[in-house]
Design a protein around this ligand. Structure first.
Ligand code: HEC
Length: 137
């Protein structure tokens, strides 16, 4: 088998998985898109790149939790850790497929974590960008 053919096979095997991940997160993402439009009439879609920048950024609101990466680590495909030392399942959808599928759970943790890291609620744009980034990994 040549390498091109094998790469093609590998890709073909991947596509259904990606489609499934996107489909499972779609209702939550769609709801954030509606909210983002309401917040900003210039809203033109979510961006994985912006989500990545947001995830890695350091903020000034708290010296104990300056960044999402404080608990989720800089590699979302790896398990994170609470400050009490408990494991947190990876944030990447490819590793934890049921992430961002339960709107209530997702919103509850955005509220809590954005408040401690940013000192304010996240905007719908920030939440959608974050999920889009996590779904792209
Ligand atoms: C103090 C530690 C800590 C920090 C800092 C933190 N998180 Fe979390 N996060 C958690 C824990 C604990 C959970 C819940 C456990 C789980 O879902 O596995 C969680 C869950 C979440 C979820 C729920 C995901 C789902 O399954 O629907 C989202 C969304 C999230 N965090 C976003 C963020 C964002 C965005 C930031 C940065 C602004 C952040 N977190 C910073 C500890 C943290």
């Amino acid at each position: 088998m040549n390498i091109r053919f094998m790469a093609g096979l590998a890709l073909a095997a991947l596509i259904p998985v990606l489609a499934y991940a996107a489909a499972a997160q779609k209702p939550v993402l769609d709801a954030y898109a509606v909210a983002a439009k309401a917040e900003n009439t210039g809203f033109s879609g979510f961006s994985a790149e912006r989500g990545k920048v947001f995830f890695l950024a350091k903020h000034d609101a708290s010296s104990e939790t300056p960044s999402c990466t404080t608990c989720h680590t800089t590699d979302p495909t790896k398990a994170g850790q609470t400050r009490a030392g408990k494991d947190i399942a990876p944030m990447a959808v490819s590793k934890t497929p049921d992430r961002y599928t339960d709107a209530e759970k997702t919103e509850k943790w955005f509220l809590r974590n954005c408040q401690s890291v940013l000192g304010r609620a996240c905007t719908a744009q920030e939440k959608g960008d974050f999920i889009t980034f996590m779904a792209s990994l």
